[in-house]
Design a protein. Structure first.
Length: 262
């Protein structure tokens, strides 16, 4: 049978990334307690395509990825996947992206009621002849309380749900970042964490905690920056905070990027 993809192309245009996207696959993510959590992942896998080739072999991406539905994955697994992509597709550069919802166990502050909080996570990796690059991303829901509202009001202060999003690179030889640890670090920079289950006594506790710890969106992003700077092994990060405002029709937003290798 004729291989049309293997034919020569004469337009002289190399393609930087070509492959498959929207792969939906159940995978097992390694947990900090040496177990795993089953998640549904959405995956994109691409390689570079030299100018002389008409197309790539799409089925080979799936052949690389599907066995991982039976293996336990971590950020360290991305390196193995990238290496196999380069080898199977005879590519110079391989790129991998995987988004998934990871659930963190939460305990309410007073009643100790247990629940699960969903955290959107992303593994992203690139491998070429120059080496490997890996990014870890998390988006953590938190509570923020407005310092200005607290200051000018005779009683009460408006608060809102917020989201802290961080993308980071780190030295795998120096340390390993567990999702659980990164989530806890980011929650500590907010007015208060978010809990899926709150009893009445818990609601009183988190309301008072937020009131005693007011933060603008600028405060949160600055505190995130200081916390990430203090973590050994991080080489680069982007931090952004967004307040889904409760008394405005717009959101408040702050962003900071730092390269710690300089």
């Amino acid at each position: 049978m004729e291989d049309v993809q293997g034919k020569l192309d004469h337009r002289g245009i190399p393609i930087q990334r070509v492959g498959v996207s929207q792969i939906r696959l159940p995978v097992k993510i390694e947990t900090q307690d040496s177990g795993f959590q089953s998640v549904l992942a959405t995956i994109r896998m691409t390689v570079d395509l030299p100018h002389e080739y008409k197309g790539t072999h799409m089925s080979r991406f799936l052949e690389v990825m599907h066995p991982w539905s039976d293996r336990v994955m971590s950020s360290r697994s991305v390196s193995e996947i990238l290496g196999e992509m380069r080898q199977r597709l005879q590519a110079e550069t391989a790129h991998f992206e995987m988004d998934f919802e990871y659930f963190i166990s939460k305990e309410a502050p007073i009643s100790k009621s247990k629940s699960l909080l969903g955290i959107h996570c992303r593994f992203e990796g690139t491998l070429d002849s120059g080496g490997e690059d890996f990014l870890l991303q998390v988006a953590v829901p938190v509570t923020s309380l407005c310092p200005c509202s607290k200051e000018i009001s005779e009683y009460g202060a408006h608060n809102q749900r917020s989201e802290i999003r961080v993308r980071l690179r780190y030295d795998h030889q120096a340390r390993y970042f567990w999702i659980e640890d990164l989530v806890a670090l980011l929650e500590a920079q907010a007015s208060c964490p978010v809990y899926p289950i709150l009893k009445r006594e818990d609601e009183k506790a988190v309301t008072e905690r937020a009131y005693e710890n007011p933060k603008f969106v600028e405060d949160m992003v600055r505190d995130v920056v200081l916390a990430l700077r203090a973590e050994p092994g991080i080489t680069w990060f982007q931090a952004e905070c967004e307040n889904f405002e409760s008394i405005h029709s717009h959101n408040a937003y702050a962003f900071q990027e730092e390269d710690l290798r300089r």
